[in-house]
Design a protein around this ligand. Structure first.
Ligand SMILES: [Zn+2]
Length: 302
């Protein structure tokens, strides 16, 4: 905890130097990722005690922001069998908040998985970058759009059980509370808090090229450097089209943009901790993604 306070202290001291017209409450964003990635939440394995604590963060925040939901207590429950250990997981849960649009009922779904690998023996896999980072950004964006009403309706989702085969995303798409064709865009974030080369990827424009000009205009001259790619079939394992939850929307023909970084040395290790994220990269990445969403929301109306 001492470490966290030291890092937070440094970040707030530096904020005026790199925080140009940032819309996100950086203090809250860092507190949320630190909490989700803390030992108290024990790596957020589906249906564990730590997972229930994570769910409570999302439901309580959505409630305090005044978001509505198509699901009772913001919670979409689902069961699945994990292929790897053969175990049945009952009452796994996606947490879903909703902000109605100003102009159209068509939807933008903004999501990130909150689950991670949990514990193995006395080792905790905290999953700070993967994916407390994306999940905390969902909360920050929900706050922004609860105060600045979007043109399209927006659904904010913290997804469960990505690490066990995109189970939360599958459940969301299969039991979607609106005709799925009403979703004009899916934004998925999975690992957005660190990169040694200051690069963030936006994958998906190979499949949905109409999104690219808007994204590149917003990202031009900004930090982190936004790269396109990791979405072409000929890239094999480096094609991220089916690599995270957005795959389930893509398989239904729904345009997606996936924001994420290249794998790093702490990927899926117990060292993926809050202390190892890059706070200024993360804050800048979240602000950049938010500005991209704001522009897509306005410009996809035509
Ligand atoms: Zn992940």
């Amino acid at each position: 905890m001492k470490n966290i306070m030291r890092i937070l202290g440094t970040v707030f001291f530096l904020l005026p130097f790199f925080g140009l017209a940032q819309k996100i409450d950086a203090d809250q964003l860092l507190k949320d990722i630190a909490y989700l990635a803390s030992d108290e939440l024990e790596g957020r394995k589906p249906v564990s005690e730590g997972s229930l604590k994570a769910r409570a963060l999302f439901t309580e925040r959505f409630k305090s922001l005044g978001l509505t939901s198509q699901f009772r207590d913001y919670t979409q429950y689902f069961d699945f069998r994990n292929r790897r250990d053969g175990q049945l997981y009952e009452k796994a849960a996606n947490i879903v908040g909703f902000v109605p649009g100003e102009i159209t009922e068509n939807l933008i779904v903004i999501m990130a998985h909150y689950d991670h690998l949990g514990r193995q023996g006395d080792k905790i896999f905290n999953g700070a970058d993967d994916n407390a980072s994306g999940a905390a950004a969902v909360l920050a964006f929900a706050q922004y759009f609860s105060e600045n009403r979007p043109q399209h309706s927006m659904m904010f989702v913290a997804l469960d059980a990505e690490e066990m085969g995109h189970q939360g995303a599958k459940a969301l798409v299969e039991d979607f509370p609106f005709p799925i064709e009403q979703v004009i865009l899916n934004i998925n974030m999975d690992m957005i808090s660190r990169n040694d080369d200051n690069e963030l990827y936006a994958a998906g424009t190979y499949h949905y090229p109409h999104l690219k000009p808007i994204i590149s205009r917003v990202a031009g001259g900004r930090t982190p450097i936004l790269r396109f790619g990791h979405d072409e079939p000929e890239m094999g394992r480096d094609d991220w089209t089916l690599a995270s939850d957005h795959a389930q929307f893509h398989l239904k023909g729904i345009p997606f943009i996936y924001f994420g970084v290249e794998d790093h040395e702490d990927y899926h290790k117990e060292t993926d901790t809050f202390e190892n994220i890059h706070p200024e990269f993360y804050i800048n990445a979240a602000n950049l993604i938010l500005d991209i969403i704001i522009s897509l929301d306005k410009e996809l109306l035509q």
